[in-house]
Design a protein around this ligand. Structure first.
Ligand SMILES: Cc1ncc(COP(=O)(O)O)c(C=O)c1O
Length: 366
């Protein structure tokens, strides 16, 4: 199997230079949360520490009902069927295994955004299918792919660009996919992080889905909204039959979310206060970095939601990465996310207030 090199390995030189800065590195290259896991979730995990028996692959009914309630309360989706919900061990594994779980293989095409989280491509390769990067369905002529499109990924808000797809765009994608029997998987893990009033519709929103979840899967993660990346807590929801197919294989394969984590997920999804608190931390960091980047001659494109600023000085990404590394600031080159990203860098908001303040100070120096 031909897998790409793990892109972060190529940042080792820039990382070493950034670490050598007398004020220490400000690492804005990865989107890993740095703030504490909220107490309400830690308490629920501890209370569930006694777990001698095997947990249910499908998740407890209480967890699946909690997810359905969460969709109604937070995502404007009133009609999620708890039977169409399945917890996953973080969402990265689901992204990587979905084409395999849907039994895709040689001759099948998986479409993902042109500038994208690399795991969509990797997942297609693991299944032996063909990944194709395309933002518009118009780009998908049969001559271009030579195969049959079976799965289409959307990612809104996008990692890395922070672009948000509106209702009309999503509805069009759903219409196109349904008329061809293509499954739409929507990775929505930054959904709680819309900025400046930006609305972030779900693929399951009735204005998008037309009130039926047929052929649709929404993928969500608690890693970002709840500082829970270390727990591996996520879920997929939507079409009951599709979820049933995933469940059947995952049961055989032992792909089970530990019971204490399932209990912690219930506590996290039932508590909106910690999400608001975390949002306000990121809002401060975003404003500070946005102003500092603009002051340093960057244009920031898209970046309407999520945990990244998609910035450019209209030069090759590696030039920007190197010059920021001299200031002790490490960012990710846009080229990690596809050829269309070669003149951008991705600046993550996931550093402490103290480290973000250090970056702001350094960006202000010529
Ligand atoms: C777009 C996107 N999808 C999925 C993930 C995976 O998140 P997790 O596996 O922590 O749920 C990430 C993590 O950065 C991401 O950016």
């Amino acid at each position: 199997m031909q897998l790409p090199d793990f892109p972060w390995d190529s940042l080792a030189g820039a990382a070493a230079r950034a670490r050598a800065h007398p004020g220490g590195i400000v690492d804005l290259s990865v989107g890993t949360p740095v703030d504490p896991t909220p107490a309400v979730i830690q308490t629920a995990l501890r209370a569930a520490a006694d777990a001698p028996g095997y947990p249910q692959t499908w998740g407890t009914p209480a967890l699946r009902e909690t997810v359905a309630r969460w969709f109604a309360r937070r995502r404007g989706v009133p009609d999620v069927d708890p039977d169409g919900v399945l917890p996953t061990i973080g969402s990265k594994e689901l992204v990587a295994w979905l084409p395999t779980l849907l039994e895709l293989g040689a001759g099948d095409v998986v479409v993902h955004p042109e500038i994208a989280y690399p795991t969509y491509d990797v997942g297609a390769r693991i299944a032996g299918a063909t990944p194709v990067a395309a933002d518009g369905t118009a780009q998908l002529g049969p001559a271009m792919t030579g195969g049959r499109v079976r799965l289409l990924w959307v990612n809104s808000p996008s990692n890395p660009t922070g672009r948000v797809l509106g209702l009309e765009h999503l509805a069009k994608v759903v219409g196109w996919a349904r008329s061809r029997g293509v499954v739409v998987a929507s990775d929505e893990c930054y959904a709680e992080l819309g900025w400046d009033g930006q609305e972030v519709p779900s693929i399951l929103d009735p204005r998008v889905s037309g009130g039926s979840h047929e052929g649709l899967l929404a993928v969500y993660s608690l890693s970002k909204q709840s500082n829970l990346a270390g727990y591996r807590a996520a879920f997929v929801a939507g079409d009951r039959d599709l979820v049933g197919r995933l469940l059947a294989i995952r049961k055989h394969a032992g792909m089970i979310v530990p019971w204490p984590v399932q209990q912690a997920m219930i506590a996290a999804l039932d508590d909106d206060a910690h999400v608001a608190e975390q949002r306000s931390r990121y809002a401060w960091r975003r404003t500070a970095l946005l102003e500092a980047l603009r002051g340093a001659g960057f244009a920031v494109d898209d970046s309407r939601a999520g945990l990244y600023l998609w910035a450019t000085r209209d030069e090759p990404a590696h030039t920007t990465v190197d010059s920021l590394a001299e200031k002790g600031i490490l960012v990710a080159p846009g080229s990690f996310y596809g050829p269309a990203g070669v003149r951008h860098v991705r600046v993550a908001l996931t550093a402490t207030d103290e480290r973000v303040a250090a970056a702001v100070e350094r960006l202000a120096l010529a």
